[in-house]
Design a protein around this ligand. Structure first.
Ligand SMILES: NC(=O)c1ccc[n+]([C@@H]2O[C@H](COP(=O)([O-])OP(=O)(O)OC[C@H]3O[C@@H](n4cnc5c(N)ncnc54)[C@H](OP(=O)(O)O)[C@@H]3O)[C@@H](O)[C@H]2O)c1
Length: 321
């Protein structure tokens, strides 16, 4: 006869399977899985190119350095040409072993609308671009509500975080599909945990990141089905706090707030992992598990509000170090 203990034991095993699977895939993704970044080094003799927007500081600059180290030529984007020229020199000095790599750039204020994206990409359209990191983005810690912000401020946030990557990607797509004929091509949208928790005073920024996550899925489906697969794929990078000296109130580095260098290594390690949404840094993955699957919305909303109160107060005082 089947005892109640046996039934409970079977039930326990069945309930444990999803959790064991989750732990196993975490260990695979963050510890065991070898990097697949070299799969994107295909194409003609001149080599493969990666585009990084918002590459003159923070995560973008560190990612560009890692891409160079891994054998890519890079096309960088920024808004300030003098700063860009210094960054190009700095990158060359940081990665002397790749002195022959091609480093190009373009300048465009992402917060402004009305760019001619076809014209922007004209000098690069024949290059063999295989990786794109739509990284430009951010918000302010002004603590202003929506109706306290100017139209220009709100429009600038939407332009920089959502419309600039959308339209740049639109202009690049035919060229990316052509490049995908010789190997995989991957486009990343750099997101934020703010898109999951939408804390007070960051509503517009959070909404733009939600837009990017949905766009990732929709565009990935576009390339996979009907006339696909085309070989172009999409990934949303789920980012929590990362230290950047460029911020008006930089958060001190800690295990939950890595340096941009550590974070960029995570981006490279996770590139091509096959997930549509991935946290490049393992601690952020654990945090997002608790935020999205363990804690209640009420707890998250309270904690997010407290965190924002602290960050806005610190930003008013100056740097958070
Ligand atoms: N760091 C974090 O804690 C964190 C957390 C979640 C998500 N993220 C996301 O990660 C991405 C990178 O953030 P980050 O912290 O590395 O930012 P960052 O250090 O402030 O660097 C932002 C980069 O974008 C450029 N940029 C800013 N405004 C621009 C504009 N209007 N036009 C053109 N370029 C502009 C900056 O240029 P300048 O050098 O001229 O300033 C810089 O190159 C963003 O999408 C952000 O939303 C970051």
């Amino acid at each position: 006869m089947v005892s109640a203990v046996n039934v409970l034991a079977v039930l326990g095993v069945l309930l444990a399977i999803p959790h064991l699977y989750r732990i196993a895939s975490f260990v695979w993704l963050y510890i065991l899985r070898p990097t697949s970044i070299k799969r994107y080094l295909h194409g003609p003799k001149g080599g493969a190119y990666a585009i990084v927007t918002g590459a003159t500081d923070g995560i973008g600059k560190a990612t560009a350095a890692e891409l160079l180290r891994n054998g890519f030529n890079v096309i960088l984007h920024g808004r300030n040409e003098a700063k860009m020229q210094k960054v190009v020199e700095e990158l060359r000095a940081r990665v002397p072993e790749k002195k022959d790599a091609d480093v190009r750039y373009f300048i465009a204020d992402a917060a402004q609308g009305g760019h001619d994206f076809e014209k922007i990409i004209e000098p690069f359209k024949d290059l063999h671009i295989t990786l794109v990191y739509h990284n430009v983005g951010g918000s302010d810690m002004s603590g202003l509500r929506l109706d306290e912000r100017t139209t220009e401020n709100v429009q600038g946030l939407v332009n920089m975080n959502a419309l600039f990557p959308l339209f740049l990607n639109r202009a690049l797509l035919p060229h990316l599909r052509r490049n995908a004929k010789s190997g995989p091509v991957l486009v990343h949208f750099v997101g934020s945990v703010a898109g999951d928790i939408a804390p007070p005073r960051l509503a517009v920024y959070a909404a733009t990141k939600g837009f990017l996550e949905s766009l990732t899925r929709g565009l990935d489906n576009d390339e996979l089905f009907f006339d696909g697969p085309t070989g172009v794929r999409y990934t949303y990078l789920a980012v929590a706090a990362v230290h950047s000296d460029n911020h008006e109130a930089p958060i001190a580095t800690s295990v939950t707030t890595p340096t941009t260098e550590t974070f960029a290594k995570g981006i490279i390690r996770r590139t091509g992992c096959g997930r549509r949404r991935v946290a490049p840094y393992w601690v952020h993955a654990v945090m997002q598990y608790f935020i999205n699957e363990v804690m209640s919305d009420g707890m998250i909303d309270q904690a997010g509000a407290e965190e924002m109160r602290g960050l806005i107060a610190q930003a008013k005082k100056g740097r958070i170090m």
